[in-house]
Design a protein around this ligand. Sequence first.
Ligand code: SAM
Length: 670
Amino acid sequence: MVANRQKPILDDAIDRIDNPALRRLIESEVEKLRGSRTFGLLFDRHMPEAARLSNHPVRKGVTVALRDESSTDTWTVERFTSTVRAVAVLDDGSERPVSDLVVVRAFGDPVYPGLRSVERIERTPGQPWHTVINGENYHVLQALKSAHLGKIDLIYIDPPYNTGSDSWIYNDRYVDANDRTRSSKWLSFMERRLLIARDLLKPTGVIIVAIGDDEQHRLRMLLDQVFHPQNFISNIVWQGGRKNDSRYVSNGADYMLVYAKNEEALTQAEIEWREKKPGVDEALDKAAEIWAATNGDHAEATKRWRAWIKDFKKTGVASDAVTRFVSLDADGRPIRTDGNLTSPNPRPNLQYDLLHPRTRKPVPMPPNGWRYSRETMSDLVERGLIHFGPTETSGVGGISRLEEMNSQVPESVFVRDRNASSARLTEILGAKRFPNPKDPDVLMRWIALAAPDDAVILDFFGGSGTTTEAVLRLNAEDGGTRRSILVTNNEVGAKQAKALRKAGHHPGDPDWNAWGVFEYVTRPRISTVVTGKRPDGSVYSDGMSANVEFFDLHYLDPGTVRRGREFAAIAPLLWLEAGATDERIGEPTESGWALTGRYGVLFDTDATVRFAEAVTKAVLDGTDIRVCFVVTDSDTAYERALSRLPQGVPVKRLYEDYLTNFEINTQGGA
Ligand SMILES: C[S@@+](CC[C@H](N)C(=O)[O-])C[C@H]1O[C@@H](n2cnc3c(N)ncnc32)[C@H](O)[C@@H]1O
């Protein structure tokens, strides 16, 4: 039967189920699945990981896990065996020393993040601060959501590639190599973070995600889902080396998937990605030097220029896009004279006689006519932008000047040896401490292309801190004021973790933490690059003019923190929201308000009038007040403050119980 041939196999199979109840049940479940099916990536979403709150006290009723991470089981604490609370009785009846336990919060239980400054390096007072945060990025992203929603220009991330390897300082075995749900777990992990990342981007924002062969194809589909296919910009291929021991193909490529938050917004803002042609500055300088040395003798200058170009080609520095400019114009500027003047399609207005300027005879017209209308062509001839040979039959071409054609769009494939960046990092740290860091030169190139020079740039899989170094160096090179926010965890490699466990240490102990990515790699690397001195005091460089602050993400326990006392923990988040420039308002003040050159906080609405006067005066004096926070639970008091503060200054309300403003872990999960 024709109809049956068309019937989906699944429907056909369901029809053959004899038990009517079972048939209906399966039918309805299949319908549900069909309703939710999209063309694209299908994967089982997994619940977010539980948050481990290592500094929280183990109390009756809390959920706990083993501090040494030897099992993923969790329990509820029922009671303690004595009043000193050294041993907890768990809900399965077992007893465990409290020192073996850590408090965990499953997804859905509120968690309250705070930032604690661990180091400040100030070398350029008054300039914005780069920030480096040690913490679980899912929580940091949620914490940044209030401060940075729609404010990030560029996100660059280089997540674990899900290769299953655990031989590195950070574990790429986010999911066990033998786990059949490995990809779906990794995709769930990525999706949660990418959804927040999208919200953090400006409408003209861009995300670049580095990835390897293991997950590249799935990640691209996930990015299509999160960012939409129409916002895809490129899949850049970085050929970084050769593996000659490969059996079939040397798969030495890495990828960078690039998406716009909204490509239309980029088009509307007339944003184009262009970079200087490699070697162009050198070539222009050389042409000027030759012209000066030959006193404007055109024939001699051209001879020397062509000889130099021939040698320059061999160096491999410049592409054809530069070395094709083999002629010099009447003023000694490099030009090419072979621009295509042929029309692609025959059109009557493009068919006319073009006269040779000396012989006054027509130059043979191409079969489809000329590329430009008669008027445009006359204008080009007049401006000296059309090249004629000695006679009308010796060819004609468009002239372009190298100094005007000095930029190009980047290609989607590039080659650069990956080993160089490992050697550089080893030189900074004085030892090999991190595998396969990305290359700061590569990141500098793509950051310069994809973001403005005052961009806010976020990397939430920061690793060794390459993105921060790239931003610092780019600013130093072009005078930009880009600001970076880097987030990484402090995970310890599997081998080191085994040794530490054997020595009796646990995650969260100072001896354990000292070996983590943040403490052992990221912090010393960035500090060395900025100060010019390694932690052992040896000199690395002259340092850089920049400010960097390092933070730990920590989790506040609403049960133990007295109301109002936790402002210090959220103070950095408010300062970040105001642009991370100038001083920070760290504590509530006696006067009930505080104001810096960037933001203000009204702690006590009884001080509204004085606060509003101070803000108004600052604005009239031209101070760039980016935001004012008003702390109150009262709608009326908030409205009153709002009406008193000058228009144009964004005002944000904070509840008096500060923690509730930053509650996370309850939304946005699978
Ligand atoms: C591939 S590496 C990034 C390398 C980096 N691009 C560089 O050049 O050094 C990924 C990093 O993300 C960190 N990481 C993995 N999962 C994380 C998480 N959930 N939160 C924060 N950092 C995480 C790992 O510690 C690791 O250092």
